[in-house]
Design a protein around this ligand. Structure first.
Ligand code: 6PG
Length: 238
């Protein structure tokens, strides 16, 4: 039976951000000391952005770090909405630009057509990943695992051996104007030594708590609980 995840409720946003950046920095230093390299799989979104801004000011062995994405919209790097653009404008603005980056987007017209090339690119990041950083939407999605999206069942199938999968989130309100997604599967996220879920504010922490009473298809964030003590949930709900 897996042990319970850590739930950390900080007294301020600043403390939450500092704590997350410190936990990631410790994991990077320890991985580089032990095996000579480290891997970080990162989500986009407003929740982790201040963490990336803090991390990139830190003196870490960035040239030994490989950074990948948890998910992305099918948008060219350089354009708004792309998580590659998002990292360029946050993490890669500082010292972290010395890291190796492996994105998910390919030249294919659609995620379903680009997924095998993305799978090949990601094969160069050895599992287990050292840290996987996740966010969550108020609909209970995490990564691009949107409730009622096409591909969700395969994405959440823990027996699915693939690292990435295409998701069609057309009609999912929170996916907005960019329903064509590529995302890590649940089995890939679970192949992480540490998973940090950032859910700032009482509204998000309530969605996360409520997910315990729902199915993973209604509230996909629930699936992360299976990581047990490898999962740290960070909030500043009060
Ligand atoms: C993304 C994500 C997505 C995100 C949530 C929460 O790239 O958008 O991977 O799952 O983490 O939508 O986003 P916020 O932190 O902006 O609320």
């Amino acid at each position: 039976m897996s042990s319970r995840f850590a739930y950390k409720n900080f007294t301020s946003r600043e403390k939450m951000v500092t704590n997350a950046a410190d936990q990631i920095a410790r994991a990077v230093n320890s991985a580089v000391t032990v095996k000579g390299h480290a891997s970080l799989m990162l989500s986009g979104g407003s929740s982790p952005k201040p963490v990336y801004l803090a991390l990139t000011q830190m003196d870490l062995p960035w040239n030994k770090v490989t950074i990948g994405l948890v998910d992305d919209r099918w948008i060219e790097r350089g354009k708004p909405g792309s998580n590659e653009t998002f990292l360029d404008e946050s993490l890669f603005k500082g010292k972290a630009k010395a890291a190796t980056f492996i994105g998910l987007k390919t030249g294919a017209a659609k995620p379903a057509e680009g997924v095998s090339e993305a799978e090949e690119k990601l094969a160069s990041i050895a599992k287990p990943f050292d840290v996987c950083v996740m966010g969550m939407g108020l609909d209970g999605h995490t990564a691009s695992w949107f409730p009622n999206s096409k591909g969700l069942e395969e994405a959440l199938d823990i027996q699915n051996p693939n690292t990435v999968i295409a998701i069609d989130a057309a009609g999912c309100p929170v996916a907005g104007d960019h329903p064509e997604r590529i995302t890590l599967t649940l089995s890939a996220v679970m192949a992480s030594k540490q998973i940090i879920l950032m859910i700032p504010g009482a509204e998000k922490s309530n969605v996360f708590k409520d997910s315990a009473h729902k199915s993973v298809y209604e509230a996909p964030v629930k699936a992360l609980r299976a990581a047990g003590e490898r999962l740290t949930v960070m909030t500043d709900e009060s």
